[in-house]
Design a protein around this ligand. Structure first.
Ligand code: GRF
Length: 207
């Protein structure tokens, strides 16, 4: 049984996709052990509690410095004995002390085709705004391992989504979520749980 620890900050639609896939059996042999948000009022916490999933807020504001927050979050997941940590719309930058405790055991969903439109400042609607400003015809989403950089870890899965002339950033965000994010994240978790994801020289190979 793959034990998941999921980090959220907002609406939780990616968390919901994981929950739905577990509920309908598409995502097998997987259990959401705990959901943590940095925002007490994140709707993602409401979604978790609706399914009686252990959920709580751990906020950097409650710690004297970043390092102590990173250590508290690290120890929390170690105590919960999670096998994989999933960033599902998590907006806190995780420090080296946290990331180095879980090598190739943290994955993130990013709403663009990395290396485009990613890195510091590229999150949420800002990503889609930049896509429309640049006038690219194809965007999409990426699941990648988290390393000490921002959106720089080995890429696991990607899925392309067409940009339409009538798109607003809100319409595009929703299409990328529906057609790419909510498909890729559960798929990546399933592959990870089946031991089909290997990392060699910074690249991911799926068997
Ligand atoms: C999604 O667009 C995801 O790609 C990004 O943050 C957003 C979170 O949305 N990382 P939600 O909280 O999963 O609805």
């Amino acid at each position: 049984m793959l034990r998941l620890g999921i980090l959220v900050s907002g609406g939780g639609t990616n968390l919901q996709a994981i929950i739905d896939n577990i509920e309908n059996g598409a995502l097998s042999n997987t259990k959401i052990t705990t959901v943590i948000s940095n925002k007490e009022k994140a709707h993602a916490l409401v979604r978790a509690r609706q399914y009686n999933i252990d959920a709580c807020c751990l906020s950097p504001k409650d710690y004297p410095d970043k390092e102590s927050f990173d250590c508290a979050l690290r120890d929390y997941f170690i105590n919960k004995e999670v096998d994989l940590i999933v960033l599902a719309g998590y907006l806190v930058v995780l420090g080296e002390r946290f990331v180095s405790a879980f090598p190739n055991k943290i994955i993130n969903i990013h709403p663009s085709l990395i290396p485009s439109f990613c890195g510091a400042g590229y999150y949420g609607l800002r990503v889609h705004e930049a896509v429309l400003e640049r006038g690219v015809k194809i965007t999409g989403a990426t699941v990648h391992f988290v390393d000490k950089g921002t959106d720089t870890g080995p890429i696991i899965l990607q899925k392309a989504v067409e940009v339409l002339p009538t798109d607003t950033k809100e319409i595009l965000q929703k299409r990328v979520m529906l057609e790419a994010e909510w498909v890729l994240l559960p798929k990546a978790i399933q592959l990870y749980g089946e031991g089909k994801i290997k990392v060699k020289d910074g690249k991911v190979y799926i068997s």
